[in-house]
Design a protein around this ligand. Sequence first.
Ligand SMILES: Cc1cc2nc3c(=O)[nH]c(=O)nc-3n(C[C@H](O)[C@H](O)[C@H](O)COP(=O)(O)O)c2cc1C
Length: 193
Amino acid sequence: LKTVLAIAGSLRQGSYNRLLLRAGAAVAPPGMTVVLQEGLGSIPLFDADLEGATGGGPVSVRHLRRQVASADGLLIATPEYNHSLPGLLKNAIDWLSRPAPDEVLAGKPVAVVGASGGPSGTRLAQAALRQVLYATESLVLPSPSLFARDASRLFDESGSLVDAPTRDRLASILAALGLFIDGTASLRARAPA
Ligand SMILES: Cc1cc2nc3c(=O)[nH]c(=O)nc-3n(C[C@H](O)[C@H](O)[C@H](O)COP(=O)(O)O)c2cc1C
């Protein structure tokens, strides 16, 4: 069984990106479970002094680091803030990118999606997020992609994803992520120290 940790870059109660992840959990292929990560809001701003004083980060960071380490892959849904990824998400990634040799994002398969109210559907935010994940040496699924625009029309009042093409695309992305996890396994095999 594969476990995919789903991370939304928004704390908003009715976040379209979180709703997208919730919908993703329902369309995961057989043999894959999608678990929603809910703790980004409790992670403090990155501070190297705090990192040092706590031996790698406070409890909230350690918890997230363990969750990421034990997941076979990540599904990140990013909003677009001012043509980029939100600080919330960047901050969490900055914590997870350290300290050596515990960079849990290195070699981690990641699928990136995003929803926004605007017409471009987080294209620039996803490009920025991919650039950050390049620095962390994560393995980012190249395709299929999902740029969910005009997000308010994709969900009903109860928050269910009612747009069939978007649901199908999410299912395709998770199926591709499953294959990608298997196909990149040899890249994660570490030589014994
Ligand atoms: C500070 C801020 C900046 C934003 N900048 C953009 C933007 O550059 N492009 C865009 O499409 N939407 C932008 N938006 C609108 C967000 O896409 C919209 O609020 C979206 O619903 C946020 O995702 P969420 O529903 O998961 O919280 C911005 C929103 C905020 C709060």
